[in-house]
Design a protein around this ligand. Structure first.
Ligand code: PXP
Length: 278
């Protein structure tokens, strides 16, 4: 269940236990800005501003803001993360590669203030367009255990989540490494949903959904929080939001894409409704 103290946003709001939370990934707001302003520094770093996006997402009903500070800084920049850590109106979830540099950045921020309240460890490949597969926790147990322990020991504590494939072996390894939560990679489910045209009579879609259900059940039976994300959209999100014990969904591309036409506030509010419609 949500630890009420940890679940407070920077603004001090409480989030009721048991509610399905939406983490809005605003990386692509920075992607758009970087398309024009890459390499420019200074007091006016350009638009659109991720911090403004965080405020708009809050007004649409988001519960968490997620950003990924990538090693190559292709979208979110260090200054964005600092501004969000200082002024984000919601809980901040830092997606990060499992590296000493990123652990150091997260801990420095926590020495200065209450955010990020959560770190989600993800694999990072320089050539990938976005995160492609889950973290191989089973293959890197000892190194990850040490990183998780350092993050959890941040002043005031930090929730640490592993982004993993829906694979019981990875879930068990995440528990052994000390993670508080597992974010199940919904990419394969989303791909199956798209190829099936959302037709639940097709075995290919039902199989991928069942893999999520089985892994989700294992996450919960081992006492971890259940999160999910990647390639979720307005059509496929309902069945994931309806999974037993699902606590958080982390969604970026679909929301930012819709925001181009409707504005971010509306795109977030519509996603909140779609999440509940499974
Ligand atoms: N969760 C994780 C761990 C991710 O790496 C990403 C993509 O950055 C997302 C969720 C959001 O995925 P999407 O942008 O496809 O909604």
């Amino acid at each position: 269940m949500v630890d009420a103290a940890r679940a407070r946003g920077n603004g001090g709001r409480r989030i009721p236990c048991g509610m399905l939370l939406l983490g809005v990934n605003i990386d692509h707001v920075a992607t758009l800005r970087q398309a024009r302003y890459r390499g420019q520094a200074g007091p006016l770093p350009g638009e659109p501003d991720p911090l403004r996006a965080a405020h708009e997402a809050e007004l649409g009903g988001a519960d968490i803001i997620t950003v990924h500070l990538r090693e190559d800084r292709r979208h979110i920049q260090d200054r964005d993360l600092k501004a969000l850590a200082a002024s984000c109106p919601l809980r901040l979830n830092l997606e990060m590669g499992a590296t000493a540099e990123m652990v150091g950045i997260a801990l420095d921020l926590r020495r200065a203030g209450p955010a990020p309240q959560m770190a989600t460890l993800v694999p990072e490949g320089r050539q990938e367009v976005t995160t492609e597969g889950g973290l191989d926790v089973a293959g890197h147990g000892p190194a990850l255990r040490e990183m998780v322990a350092r993050l959890k020991a941040a002043p005031g504590g930090m929730t640490v989540s592993a982004f993993i494939d829906a694979d019981e072996r990875q879930v068990e390894a995440a528990r052994a490494a000390g993670f508080d939560a597992c974010e199940l990679h919904t990419g394969p489910y989303a791909a199956a949903f798209a190829s099936a045209g959302g037709d639940w009579s097709l075995g290919s879609l039902r199989r991928e959904h069942q893999r999520l259900l089985d892994a989700g059940q294992r996450v919960r039976s081992l006492g971890m929080r259940l999160h999910a994300g990647h390639a979720l959209n307005y059509a496929n999100v309902g069945a994931v939001g309806a999974m037993p014990g699902m606590a958080e969904l982390h969604i970026g591309h679909a929301i930012v894409s819709r925001a181009v036409f409707t504005g971010l506030r509306e795109a977030v509010a519509t996603m909140k409704r779609a999440m509940a419609g499974g």
